[in-house]
Design a protein around this ligand. Structure first.
Ligand SMILES: [Zn+2]
Length: 120
């Protein structure tokens, strides 16, 4: 499960932010792309395994799925890729790239119920 190592790195990062803000973490919000290579269920399992005493002890992990989206370089149209095809469904151009859905983001952290830390 390669989620363990990414979650370990993530928790270290969140600890640093919480320590700088002098707060305890209540929620950690992650954006998880459909094609990020990380499974939300495995991220949750890894989180449960690694969550120890300290500022993150009672933190809840909230995962927001990010659906896959591609954009066409020809007509600028955005579409949801299907069946592993890269051609634009509007104009047929093969010159397209992923716009969203391949990323794993730390979206925000909620500290002490009320304070929302900005992720630097
Ligand atoms: Zn197009």
């Amino acid at each position: 499960m390669h989620e363990l190592s990414i979650v370990r790195t993530l928790l270290r990062e969140v600890e640093l932010i919480a320590a700088a803000e002098l707060g305890d973490v209540v929620e950690i919000h992650l954006g998880c792309g459909e094609l990020s290579g990380y499974e939300p269920e495995c991220l949750r399992t890894a989180f449960a395994q690694l969550q120890g005493p300290g500022r993150l002890e009672y933190a809840r992990l909230v995962i927001h799925p990010i659906p896959l989206a591609a954009v066409c370089e020809q007509c600028s149209g955005e579409f949801e890729p299907a069946d592993f095809r890269r051609a634009c469904p509007q104009c047929g151009s093969p010159h397209t790239h992923f716009a969203r859905g391949t990323e794993l983001w730390l979206e925000s952290i909620v500290l002490d119920e009320t304070r929302k830390a900005t992720v630097p």
